[in-house]
Ligand binder design. Structure first.
Ligand code: ZN
Length: 184
């Protein structure tokens, strides 16, 4: 089932995601619905708060970026924790399904070490770089209540203020299902 994606301005996007347990009811269905929702909106990642669930769960599929430098990666991340970020800062243009039509360059470190549980609740500790690391950093931020626009300069934030208010009011045309905080 395709779920509506929560738009910028909704308080759920600012909540710290709660720890997920194996007993969480409906978790398998939620994960299946999140994959369906992500593909329907042509996203490369989706975090549970974006479908209104403030829990530490996100999905990543970087297949659309695939080339020889960036082998594709498709994974479910539960209770993820970024243990370490290293390498050079690099700038990459980020967008977000919750903040449509706004794309901005964000600088992040290039290498991450991440610990997480998969959908069977087995723990993994892995290192990533490039696009995969970038998408994980963006989605990991979502489960911590952080959005990519938070990294922009004060000037950029001021310039974007009205556009962001417009997003929260539903003043954007998108071809996927959304839920806007200002029109409930
Ligand atoms: Zn996002």
């Amino acid at each position: 089932m395709i779920l509506p994606i929560v738009a910028y301005g909704d308080p759920v996007l600012r909540k710290k995601g709660a720890t997920v347990t194996q007993n969480d009811e409906g978790l398998t269905v939620l994960i299946a619905n999140m994959w369906e929702t992500m593909y329907a909106s042509r996203g490369v990642g989706l975090a549970a708060p974006q479908v209104g669930k403030p829990i530490n769960l996100f999905l990543v599929d970087t297949t659309s970026f695939e080339d020889e430098d960036y082998p594709s990666l498709k994974k479910v991340f539960i209770n993820a924790e970024i243990l370490e970020e290293s390498g050079d800062l690099w700038e990459f243009e980020e967008g977000c399904l919750s903040i449509p039509l706004i794309r901005e360059n964000v600088k992040r470190k290039s290498i991450i070490k991440i610990k997480y549980q998969d959908e069977h609740f087995n723990w993994h500790e892995e290192q990533y770089d490039g696009i995969a690391a970038r998408v994980m950093q963006h989605e990991y931020d979502h489960v911590k209540g952080v959005l990519f626009v938070d990294y922009l300069s004060e000037l950029k934030k001021r310039l974007l203020k009205n556009k962001l208010i417009n997003v929260s009011k539903g003043g954007v045309q998108v071809d996927y299902k959304m839920r806007f905080p200002a029109i409930r």
